[in-house]
Design a binder for this molecule. Structure first.
Ligand code: ACO
Length: 431
């Protein structure tokens, strides 16, 4: 067995370089020594879309995309979805270990007791247009929390970070609930501390005139499992944004707002919304073959299919499919399910999808569940954002405590392809 190095010969100069390999990676700055002259900046790696770049080390989430494996802090997602709760998983993701009973009690108490929003936030939400997208309301409102909690800027103070973590995990569902009620013209429902994290969220969405809202245990559990499945997913675009904005030492409310804005995009967390639109547009399972033909011809994508990392069935999609049936048993079968099943069946047998290793991802079935629970489709990415908040915070904290990263602003290089130096042309001489 040879040494853990890479030998590079630069054919431009004939020079040879030994570059160390650690954990299957080379350090990109080691490429800088490869240059043709003293003035040369040195070799950089060009990687649009970060196809093969690891910007950090992390101990939070493990994914093997070829095998379809997902683990949080070493625990398989299947076991956590079956045996754990969202708040317990959130603790695990943040702290690295499953909590003891007193630790879980303390964590849950603190999260539950930070769920109320400042009354001025209500006025803020009142100001949005009646048909404002709830995700837009969430992004701007969570960013606005930065102006309420000015202590959040002390990002290297562990106590302050803990406080902001309680606030963010606790207040995201409240903001989401208020945004939802605003969009349907209902009075805001305040948090109820007697309920579980997801039970309380259902309360803030659906409470009507009853004195006490009682969530249905099947829906409460279904939402809890969905939140577990969405809690973290290593270096996806929104987490990358959280780390990127965090690297500028912005406060966590602004960084979460930026991460949530990335999540909003239809290629990321907005995909579940697009799946429902796509299924409604297809309209009937007989129309599935012609829709697949259109996709194969390059006219649009099969939303909820494909993943940058998974080249196998997304393990979360398997669990979600099971949860979907629990919810349908209670609420009735979602009529769009047959179209989804037919799409999946045909796509999984079709060469186009097989060759490109395109399988259903987490978003393919989650929207059907949310819709059956009575939620309007523009709320889907909001639910994703609530669950993912703990993942963003865990990565932010990991970055701030990593000696290799905490004082390094995320600042990539570019390959400049623009004009060479030229002189200013007065307006009357321009063509
Ligand atoms: N439908 C049809 N074709 C697809 C799809 C799809 N959903 N996804 C990828 N392809 C095709 C591409 O056209 C490309 O084909 P080509 O090689 O002939 O050009 C090939 O598969 C590779 O696609 P890329 O875009 O290079 O793959 P990438 O890893 O960059 O994209 C992504 C991953 C963005 C998720 C993509 O699969 C997609 O757009 N899916 C639909 C949106 C979606 O469901 N997003 C949610 C992802 S999960 C999440 O973020 C929570």
């Amino acid at each position: 067995m040879g040494s853990d190095t890479l030998t590079v010969i630069d054919n431009r100069t004939g020079r040879q370089y030994e570059i160390p390999i650690h954990d299957g990676a080379i350090n990109a700055p080691d490429l800088r020594q490869i240059r043709v002259s003293e003035e040369d900046f040195g070799l950089v790696s060009y990687d649009p879309g970060f196809m093969n770049t690891a910007p950090c080390q992390s101990k939070i989430t493990f994914i093997d995309g070829d095998q379809g494996i997902l683990r949080y802090r070493g625990y398989p997602i299947e076991e956590l979805a079956e045996k754990s709760t969202y708040l317990e998983v959130a603790y695990l993701i943040l702290h690295g270990e499953l909590p003891t009973k007193p630790q879980l009690d303390d964590w849950s108490y603190n999260v539950i007791h930070h769920s109320i929003l400042h009354e001025n936030i209500k006025k803020f939400i009142d100001g949005f247009h009646h048909d404002a997208h709830p995700m837009g309301m969430l992004v701007s409102t969570v960013g606005a929390l930065s102006t309420f909690y000015t202590d959040a800027k002390h990002i290297f103070d562990a106590e302050s970070r803990t406080k902001q973590t309680y606030r963010l995990v606790a207040k995201m569902p409240t903001i989401a609930g208020f945004a939802y009620r605003h969009s349907i013209g209902m009075p805001y429902a305040y948090p109820d501390n007697d309920l579980s994290y997801t039970g309380n969220f259902l309360n803030m969405l659906f409470k009507m005139t009853e004195l006490k809202y009682q969530p249905h245990p099947v829906l409460e559990r279904a939402l809890d499992v969905l939140f577990i499945l969405h809690a973290d997913h290593e270096q996806n675009i929104s987490t990358n944004v959280m780390r990127g904005v965090g690297s500028a030492h912005s406060d966590p409310y602004c960084a979460v707002a930026a991460a949530a804005a990335a999540l909003y995009g239809p290629l990321h967390g907005g995909a579940n919304e697009q799946v429902l639109k796509m299924l409604s547009e297809i309209g009937h399972k007989d129309k599935v073959p012609s829709f697949i033909q259109k996709v194969k011809a390059g006219d649009g994508r099969l939303m909820g299919f494909g993943h940058r990392v998974y080249k196998n069935y997304d393990p979360r999609a398997k669990i979600i499919k099971k949860v979907a049936y629990d919810v349908f048993e209670l609420k009735g079968r979602n009529p769009l399910l047959d179209i989804a099943l037919e799409l999946e069946r045909i796509a999984l047998e079709d060469d186009y999808f097989i060759k490109r290793k395109l399988y259903p991802n987490v978003d393919f079935y989650s929207g059907l569940i949310y819709q059956s629970m009575g939620l309007q489709i523009d709320m889907f990415p909001v639910l994703f954002a609530i669950a993912r908040t703990i993942g963003w915070i865990a990565h932010w904290e990991e970055m701030l405590l990593d000696p290799e990263q905490k004082m390094k602003i995320a600042r990539p290089r570019q390959l400049y392809r623009g004009a060479e130096k030229r002189g200013y042309v007065p307006i009357e001489k321009r063509k």
